[in-house]
Write a protein of this length. Structure first.
Lengths: 55, 237
């Protein structure tokens, strides 16, 4: 078995190891994307409102 | 802490430290991933399956740490009625729920090959599941009222009541018989885990902690911007 396929096989535990890492990456990526999206949306909206502020 | 608890000052300070937190998070998580997958040795009993530990243990530690933070911020919010404390608690909750979900799923994926079962209703697993529902209950409760202040108060009280679950999680492996192994890192007499596994674990745990701090700052800043938007809209009419 080559180095890469041995690595992917994870000593026979591939079906447990990779999903565990995948779930962690997926959950943390989802938190990151949703947090940043809300922040950027509010920043854009505030800039728009302050730009049209008559005072 | 309380000197920072002024929205304008919080925006200034958090804006200054946010890029550093984000950079450090990226470095520690990348290093942790390399160490966990390539550098750390396979276990003499568990083989490569032990690598699940580098996801499971930091997530479990964050699940409890974030809840402690949530309860502390809730106490500050109830006692000093400081709006930033409410915001801190409310924005920490989804992050804590995410870490708890990672902990439960990775634990299940570790349990099947090692214990021969995805799940047992023992004290450790059940108390962590309760922690997950505490997070979800808290999130549901703060949004359940028309008046956000009442939602925040109810959520803060739930968060404080739920703190009894934290020592139950910590000591569940000592008090009741369980498939789950006892503490091997945070124990009297020092860790029993080999340094070649402890170091990757610590790097990953620091990465998870920095990830939480970074996203908490982003989310709290976003909430303060939203409050400003509401105030501006009211002023403009």
């Amino acid at each position: 078995m080559s180095g890469i396929s041995a690595f992917v096989a994870m000593g026979g535990y591939a079906e447990y190891v990779w999903p565990a890492f995948a779930v962690a990456v997926a959950v943390m990526a989802a938190l990151l994307v949703s947090s940043l999206a809300g922040y950027r949306r509010n920043r854009r909206e505030l800039r728009r409102l302050e730009g049209t502020d008559p005072s | 802490m309380l000197r920072l608890a002024n929205p304008a000052r919080f925006m200034r300070v958090s804006g200054a430290i946010l890029p550093w937190c984000a950079g450090a998070t990226a470095i520690f998580l990348a290093a942790g991933l390399v160490l966990a997958l390539f550098v750390a040795p396979p276990d003499y009993q568990q083989g490569e399956a032990v690598r699940i530990m580098y996801v499971h243990v930091p997530a479990a530690y964050m699940a409890s740490l974030v809840y402690a933070f949530l309860a502390l911020a809730s106490a500050v919010a109830l006692i000093w009625r400081h709006p930033l404390a409410d915001i801190a608690a409310q924005e920490a909750a989804p992050l804590g729920a995410g870490f708890t979900a990672i902990c439960l799923v990775s634990g299940s994926l570790w349990g099947e090959p090692m214990w021969g079962t995805w799940w047992v209703w023992d004290a450790r697993l059940t108390s962590v599941l309760v922690l997950f529902f505490l997070y979800l209950g808290y999130i549901a409760l703060i949004h359940a009222f028309d008046d956000p202040a009442r939602g925040a108060r109810s959520g803060a009280i739930l968060a404080l009541v739920g703190i009894v679950n934290l020592p139950i999680i910590k000591f569940s492996v000592d008090w009741w018989s369980t498939l789950h192994q006892p503490a091997s890192i945070m124990r009297l007499g020092g860790p029993t885990i080999d340094p070649s596994m402890l170091w990757p674990l610590l790097v990953m745990a620091i990465g998870f902690t920095l990830f939480f701090v970074t996203l908490l700052l982003v989310r709290m800043r976003s909430r303060l911007l939203a409050a400003k938007i509401r105030a501006l809209r009211l002023a403009v009419g």
